[in-house]
Design a protein around this ligand. Structure first.
Ligand code: M6R
Length: 380
């Protein structure tokens, strides 16, 4: 049931505050406070110690939007926990697997739990490690909203993202739920390995708890404006999305969302890469969406945006609501609440989902069932 929404995709975008709330409630210990020597993690994922003890490497296998969630996961696992983490397209890994490393956790990320390439890559990992000595044994973790799926049966343990079934082919609520899964995993490991202080962990958890209200605020304050803005792009043929650091995967996700439902050619780049080629594409017909949130790469992203402006590109900025400087740089703003950089992907993705939705709807397309695509890709 669409419950009054025009499409399932829009309904699912609006379900995101609730999904984040449910997922956090499932895993966060409400009574935990830093410095109380409780000796239990504030995050209750209930993963068995054999999965996470002595861990030296993590590899993540996924496709499409789940692969983008994995890239955010890599950022968190490396920056917060310090574990070298690789992210592989499952469809590539299954024919060219990375060398076998010791004490490695393999994470399969798939909202459907049925994606053929992801299952095949995990199966390969299980088989090729199965007969090796202990330190090379397979440890498989799934991140999915369908623990009952084939993935769920194949892996040792699952982080259930509690997003529920998603009907729109474009992944929205399941993406944000996968991100929450990665935040929970990373913070749990950071607690166990003491790579972050308890105070810092508590601060990040508090920031995560504000998220549902912040996402609601974006939806309430931005949707009408984005719907209007979408009119300008009904005939646009190419879009570029840029971001850096933890928001680079969100640039990729913004571009994928737009191409799959609006059929507009779109590419995502790390903003610093533009000058190595893609900037040659820019002129006044190619809008550039730039994710410019406060944080260590903010100034760099702004100067990359100015380079695009010098090529006459129309600039759209995903910026913090109270950022007045951004006004001078961008032609249009998609403001989101100011959050710390580490949390920012969870808010910056929301206006990009709305933008692609409204451009596709404006073009009169079948948003929930785009041509050539299936909700779950169960064939190779
Ligand atoms: O079910 P999965 O998460 O494994 O699906 C992976 C991709 O097929 C999927 O994310 C696809 O890219 C979506 N249609 C993106 O919106």
């Amino acid at each position: 049931e669409k419950q009054g929404f025009r499409h399932f995709m829009l309904k699912e975008i609006y379900e995101q505050p609730g999904v984040v709330r449910t997922c956090l409630e499932a895993y966060l210990d409400q009574d935990w406070h830093a410095g109380q020597n409780s000796e239990t993690s504030p995050i209750h994922l209930n993963l068995s110690p054999t999965l996470t003890e002595n861990l030296e490497n993590i590899q993540i296998l996924a496709c499409g939007t789940s692969w983008h969630a994995a890239l955010v996961g890599k950022y968190l696992l490396e920056q917060l926990v310090g574990i070298p983490t690789s992210v592989q397209y499952a469809s590539e890994f299954r024919y060219a697997p990375a060398p076998i490393t010791p004490h490695t956790l393999t994470i399969g990320v798939t909202q459907s739990g049925e994606t053929a390439d992801t299952l095949a890559a995990l199966d390969l990992e299980k088989r090729r490690r199965g007969n090796l000595e202990t330190k090379f044994q397979p440890h498989l973790l799934g991140i999915t909203n369908r623990p009952e799926s084939t993935l769920g049966q194949m892996v040792d343990e699952v982080i259930d993202t509690h997003a529920g079934i998603e009907i729109g082919v474009a992944a929205t609520k399941t993406f944000i739920a996968q991100l929450i899964g990665f935040y929970c995993l990373s913070l749990d490991l950071a607690y166990q390995r003491k790579t972050l202080s308890e105070e810092r962990i508590e601060e990040i958890l508090d920031n995560l708890r504000y998220l549902p209200a912040q996402i609601e605020l974006i939806l309430e304050s931005q949707e009408r404006y984005i719907e209007e803005l979408a009119h300008d792009f009904a005939e646009t043929q190419d879009f570029i999305f840029v971001g850096r650091g933890i928001n680079f995967p969100i640039a990729l996700e913004g571009a994928l969302k737009l191409k799959e439902i609006s059929y507009i050619h779109a590419e995502g780049y790390p903003a610093g890469e533009m000058k190595h080629g893609p900037i040659a594409l820019l002129d006044n017909k190619v809008p550039v969406v730039s994710i410019a949130m406060p944080g260590c790469v903010y100034e760099k992203v702004l100067s990359n945006a100015q380079e695009a402006k010098a090529r006459d590109a129309r600039l759209i900025g995903v910026t913090a609501m109270n950022d007045t400087e951004a006004n001078d740089t961008f032609d249009n703003l998609l403001p989101v609440p100011e959050v710390e950089e580490l949390i920012s992907p969870l808010v910056t993705v929301i206006p990009l989902q709305l933008l692609s939705y409204h451009i596709a709807a404006r073009r009169g397309l079948d948003v929930d069932q785009p041509r050539n695509l299936a909700k779950s890709v169960t064939v190779e």
